[in-house]
Design a protein around this ligand. Structure first.
Ligand SMILES: Cc1ncc(COP(=O)(O)O)c(C=O)c1O
Length: 386
C-alpha cells in the first residue's frame, strides 16, 4: 500500500473530472470575460455556468455569488466589507473563539484599526456558547461571524441559533462554510445568513479560488478596487479556469453528497473506534459533526513529532497547531474548548475523503497505534491504565 492521505481538511486532491472541465479553458478558452467578442463571450458563458453550479450547491441565486481568490479572501470580503459599510453606532464585530484564522485574524486586524471586536466563548463540547454570544451581541453589533463546520473538530455549529440571536439585535451574520460545503447540505437561504464563504480546494476543486454568497441587498464595501467585475464587488479579471473548476467541483459535490456522506461517516466511525481503542486516547468535541473528521488526543504523546513519525511511516495527518514565525502555536480551537495544554499538544486531526478506503483506515489506525506506543516507550512519560 502506498502513502495514505488522511488530511482532506487541509486540502483535497483535484478530482480528475474537475481537471477535465478546466483543461479546455487553460488550452483554448483564454478569452477575457469582459471582452465583447466571441472569445470573451465564451469565457463569460463558462463563468456564468460555474456561478449557477456554485449557487445550487449553497442554496443561492447565481446573482448572489461572488468569486474570490480563496476562502480566506471570501472571509476577508465579508468581514472587512461589512465593517467598512457599518455606520456609527453599529460597528461591533463578534466572532466565535473557534473561527479559522481567515476570520479570527481579520477580526483582530479590524480591532487594531479601531473597530470594536469581541470573541464569543465555546463550550467544552466545542460548540458556540449561545449564552455568552447573547451577552456580547448588542444593538451596536454590525456583524456576527460563526462557522458552519470547524476545520479541526468537524463539529457543526448552531448557526440557526446564532442567526436568531443576531437578528433580535439587527446584526448581520457571516458564515464560514469552507469545511461544511460538500460534506453536509449547505443552504444559505434556509440558514438565513447574509454572507457565506466556500473554497475550491476543500471540495476537490483547484486552489486559489473561492466564493462568497452575498444575500441580495446586503451592504458590503468592496476592498479590491479596479474594474467592475463581479458586479463591482471584486475587481480583477476573473480566474476563469479556477472558477470553472470550482463550479464543476460544486456540481459533483452536490450530486455525490448523499452516498459519499454515508460512506465517509461509516469509515470515520470505524477509524475513530480503532483509535479510541489505543490506551489513553480521547475524542475531542461532542455533538453533530461533518462525516469525515475525527480529532483524538493520545495522552502523553507530542503530536508534532507523532505527525512526523507517521509521515515517515507513510501516513499524512495533522495537528491543529499553526506555525507562526517559526514557533508552533497550540490549537486555539482546542484551547477555546478548555482542554488542558498537554492534551491539546497530544491531539491529532484525521480527515477522510473521496479516495479513502477501509484498508486505508485500518492500516492508518495500526500505524497510529504503533507510533503512539513507540513514542511513549521512548519518552517514558506515559504511565497508562492499559
Ligand atoms: C474553516 C476554514 N475557513 C477558511 C479557510 C481558508 O480557505 P483557503 O485555503 O481557500 O484560503 C479554511 C482553510 O483551511 C478553513 O478550513
Amino acid at each position: 500500500m502506498g502513502r495514505i492521505y488522511l488530511d482532506h481538511n487541509a486540502t483535497t486532491p483535484l478530482d480528475p473530472r474537475v481537471l477535465d472541465a478546466m483543461l479546455p479553458i487553460l488550452r483554448e478558452g483564454f478569452g477575457n470575460p469582459s471582452s465583447l467578442h466571441w472569445f470573451g463571450q465564451q469565457a463569460r458563458a463558462a463563468v456564468d455556468t460555474a456561478r449557477e453550479q456554485v449557487a445550487t450547491l449553497v442554496g443561492a441565486s447565481p446573482g448572489e455569488i461572488v468569486f474570490t481568490g480563496s476562502g480566506t479572501e471570501a472571509d476577508n470580503m465579508a468581514l472587512r466589507g461589512a465593517s467598512a459599510a457599518a455606520r456609527e453606532p453599529r460597528r461591533k464585530l463578534v466572532y466565535s473563539a473557534i473561527e479559522h484564522h481567515a476570520v479570527m485574524n481579520t477580526a483582530k486586524a479590524l480591532a487594531e484599526d479601531g473597530s470594536p471586536v469581541e470573541s464569543a466563548r465555546v463550550g467544552a463540547d466545542g460548540r458556540v456558547d449561545l449564552g455568552d454570544l447573547r451577552q456580547k451581541v448588542d444593538d451596536r453589533t454590525a456583524l456576527v461571524a460563526v462557522m458552519l463546520a470547524n476545520n479541526e473538530t468537524g463539529l457543526v455549529e448552531p448557526v440557526e441559533d446564532v442567526v436568531r440571536i443576531a437578528r433580535e439585535r439587527g446584526a448581520l451574520v457571516h458564515c464560514d462554510a469552507v469545511q461544511a460545503a460538500g460534506k453536509i447540505p449547505v443552504d444559505a437561504r434556509a440558514l438565513d445568513v447574509d454572507t457565506l464563504a466556500i473554497s475550491g480546494h476543500k471540495i476537490y476543486g483547484p486552489k486559489g479560488v473561492g466564493a462568497l454568497y452575498v444575500k441580495r441587498g446586503t451592504r458590503l464595501k468592496s476592498f479590491v478596487r479596479g474594474g467592475s467585475q463581479e458586479r463591482n464587488r471584486r475587481a480583477g479579471t476573473e480566474n476563469v479556469a479556477g472558477i470553472v473548476g470550482l463550479g464543476r467541483a460544486a456540481e459533483l459535490a452536490r450530486e455525490e453528497m448523499k452516498t459519499e456522506c454515508a460512506r465517509l461517516s461509516e469509515l470515520r466511525d470505524r477509524l475513530e473506534s480503532l483509535l479510541l481503542a489505543v490506551p489513553g486516547a480521547q475524542r475531542n468535541g461532542e455533538g453533530p459533526r461533518v462525516p469525515n473528521t475525527a480529532n483524538v488526543s493520545f495522552a502523553g504523546v507530542e503530536a508534532e513529532s507523532l505527525v512526523m513519525a507517521l509521515d515517515l511511516a507513510g501516513l499524512a495527518v495533522s495537528t491543529g497547531a499553526a506555525c507562526a514565525a517559526g514557533a508552533v502555536e497550540p490549537s486555539h480551537v482546542l484551547r477555546a474548548m478548555g482542554l488542558p495544554l498537554e492534551r491539546v499538544q497530544a491531539s491529532l486531526r484525521f480527515s477522510l475523503g473521496r479516495g479513502t478506503t477501509a484498508e486505508h483506515v485500518d492500516r492508518g489506525a495500526q500505524l497510529v497505534a504503533e507510533a503512539v506506543e513507540k513514542q511513549r516507550r521512548m519518552s517514558r512519560t506515559y504511565v497508562g491504565k492499559a
